[in-house]
Design a protein around this ligand. Structure first.
Ligand code: PRX
Length: 649
């Protein structure tokens, strides 16, 4: 499964950036105390954070229980996650504080205070109860980036139902699969949302998805797009109608620390997405801790903006749970970064005086492409810290971000983590760590990281496989319905350790440099897509006999999906039709950038497709100019070379 190719050599980047005195003098942490404390006793360290950052209705009796690979945190403790995100701020007199400055893509705005968010969440929790949702049920959420998405999640948390948010860009089939796997009872969606000046018709897609499900009894529809939709009598309800009749009071019921908070589906190396399970007390503790210290949050004065969608883990942890638990004020933006112009993001930063900005390298590279003059049109001097997440950030993009967005003064936190880790694991602490462009630097306090070689031996310097050596509070608790797959996927490659699937390198100063996935998972614009999933989608088209998919380096999206397809006899290759087919099967994020038709695929003698060779082809290695690729005879040539190569299993 692993591929040493991913642990290629990398030219060392030697520039360093020391936190400025101005930043340090006001930073929450400016010395090594947190690291020192955590290295003494990491469980005690996390227990202290849980006490300081979270309100518990019942104290736990055991901070951590570890039966490899199953962890429990704050065992016996009780809390309500929505109480932590809402009530306690309102009770402390901060009800008028802005939780969300919402900016719709068409330019409409809404200001949502903590008191309003609490009010809507309570009402919606009662709506869910009225629809028969009880503790332990699953609720699916398929929404645009609007405050109601956060309200829906918090309302589930309030009553102990687990949410399963499906990114609005996923297709009907993907939604069907996720609803069926979770056996969700209720679906919360919207008529449509705004994207690049047009409505994307979520309800229409949801209707299609529901044709293939049997567990959903009710659908709640938020009016956002104003587009025409069909409401199914008895099943579908308008959000605003239910809310108008809902009881405004829903007391926060205490939940066990290990109560399932949510499922979030992510791609693995097989065709079937995994329902990653996250629970309450440990997850919220690490979400709040990392959000506070990695972003150096000064909740009274900062305006924080994370550009992710709530459909991804970054949206869960760093739009909903972390920032709200910390009482932050944030910006929520509905649309794309280039509507109506390429400076929309910078216009929003200026408008709201954003101080902390968190985005993905793919976005940064796109902004670079659009030109320095776009951010230069706006006053970005409110910014004091920048973050990056989702894929390795190349030093050029880091430097551009630093200079053109950060005014050469903002520290940059390059944060490594995963859907499975639940919260940031490797990152600088901005008032402490000297950064190097392109390095995520070090494991955070309380996190154990270790690079190992193929046989699991410790790597002191150079390349290796990234593993995590000890349980952490926000770690996944399993894969929904499949404990064996959980053990097999994460805990079997290097016994006793969690294998993240990423390659990394350690430089002479002990800095970690993430190098990307070493398995068959692609990372396209910071989103994980499995090669197998796209291959299965392609093969389900009547014209396709066999397909091989690889992620090839791409200057903007990190990796791009390249497909090699052999056709069934009698069919003509239609690239556009196949790309559309993948969009229908999975979602448009999984559309291959290019599809090459070939009479055969390069295989080992044992019949395994040589993806590594295809990636070499796609990236132009050994074969010179990639423009010759469309010519199938190139792949024929590859086929011959593959036949001559020693068997590779
Ligand atoms: O390969 C790593 C990459 O994204 C993967 C996790 O993807 P996902 O679960 O979708 O979560 C993305 C948002 C947390 C990782 O296995 N990745 C994430 N952050 C970084 C990164 N690679 C390098 N540097 C990062 N900062």
């Amino acid at each position: 499964m692993t591929d040493a190719h991913a642990i290629d050599s990398l030219g060392w980047e030697r520039r360093t950036f020391v936190p400025s005195d101005a930043f340090r003098s006001n930073a929450l942490v400016s010395d090594h105390s947190l690291y020192d404390e955590a290295s003494q006793d990491s469980t005690a360290f996390w227990a202290k954070q849980a006490r300081e950052l979270i309100s518990w209705s019942k104290e736990w009796h055991t901070a951590s229980e570890w039966n490899l690979p199953f962890a429990k945190w704050f065992v016996g403790g009780e809390l309500n996650v929505s109480y932590n995100c809402l009530d306690r701020h309102v009770l402390a007199g901060r009800g008028d504080k802005v939780a969300f400055h919402f900016e719709g893509e068409p330019g409409d705005t809404r200001t949502v205070t903590y008191a309003q968010l609490l009010d809507e969440t309570q009402r919606f929790a009662n709506v869910l109860k009225g629809l028969g949702v009880v503790k332990g049920d699953r609720v699916n959420i398929y929404m645009p980036m609007i405050p109601e998405a956060a309200i829906a999640m918090l309302a589930c948390a309030r009553i102990g139902a687990a949410h399963s948010v499906v990114f609005g860009g996923f297709s009907a089939i993907s939604l069907t699969d996720r609803i069926n796997d979770a056996e969700a009872k209720v679906l919360i969606t919207a008529d449509g949302g705004w994207r690049r000046g047009e409505i994307f018709p979520l309800k229409h897609t949801a209707d299609e998805a529901l044709l293939g499900t049997s567990t959903i009894t009710d659908v709640v529809v938020v009016r956002r797009g104003g587009n025409e939709i069909t409401m199914h009598d008895g099943r579908d309800h308008w959000y605003h109608e239910l809310m108008a009749q809902a009881d405004p009071v829903c007391p926060p019921e205490p939940m066990d620390s290990e109560q399932l908070l949510f499922l979030l589906y992510t791609s693995g190396t097989t065709g079937k997405p995994k329902g990653i399970m996250h629970t309450s007390g440990g997850y919220l503790t690490q979400a709040a801790f990392t959000h506070k210290y990695v972003f150096d949050l000064h909740a009274d004065t900062d305006v924080y903006w994370c550009t992710a969608d709530v459909g991804w883990i970054t949206g869960h942890t760093y739009i909903v749970y972390g920032p709200l638990a910390n009482g932050a004020t944030q910006v929520m933006y509905e649309g794309v970064p280039n509507f109506p112009g390429n400076d929309r993001m910078w216009q929003i930063v200026e408008k709201y005086g954003v101080t902390l900005f968190y985005t993905a390298p793919t976005a940064i590279r796109t902004f670079m492409k659009w030109g320095d003059h776009e951010p230069a049109k706006h006053d970005l001097s409110s910014l004091r810290l920048l973050g990056s997440v989702g894929e390795p950030i190349n030093p050029e993009a880091w430097m551009w971000y630093h200079e053109h967005i950060g005014g050469s003064t903002c520290p940059i936190v390059d944060t490594w983590w995963q859907t499975e880790t639940g919260a940031i694991m490797i990152s600088p602490l901005p008032g402490v760590t000297t950064t190097k462009p392109g390095s995520a630097t070090f494991g955070l306090p309380g996190i154990g990281t270790e690079l190992v070689d193929e046989s699991g031996e410790h790597v002191e310097r150079g390349g290796g496989y990234l593993t995590l050596t000890q349980p952490w509070p926000a770690m996944l608790r399993g894969i929904w319905g499949d404990p064996d797959r959980y053990r097999e996927t994460y805990w079997s490659r290097f016994p006793g350790r969690y294998f993240a699937g990423d390659g990394a390198k350690l430089d002479d100063d002990g800095y970690l440099w993430l190098l990307g996935r070493v398995d068959d998972v692609m990372n396209v614009s910071g989103h994980r897509i499995s090669t197998t999933e796209v291959e299965s989608a392609l093969v389900s088209h009547p014209s396709v006999c066999e397909a091989a998919v690889v992620g090839a380096l791409d200057a903007t999206t990190g990796q791009a999906i390249i497909a090699y397809v052999t056709l069934r006899g009698g069919f003509e290759g239609d690239e556009q039709a196949l790309r559309n087919h993948v969009a229908v099967e999975i979602g448009s994020i999984a559309k291959p950038k290019a599809i090459y038709f070939t009479p055969d695929l390069p295989k080992t003698r044992s019949g395994k497709i040589m993806r590594r060779l295809l990636r070499d082809v796609a990236e132009g290695r050994n074969l010179g100019d990639t423009s010759t690729l469309a010519d199938a005879s190139v792949v024929n040539e590859l086929q011959r070379r593959a036949a001559e190569a020693p068997a590779e299993d």
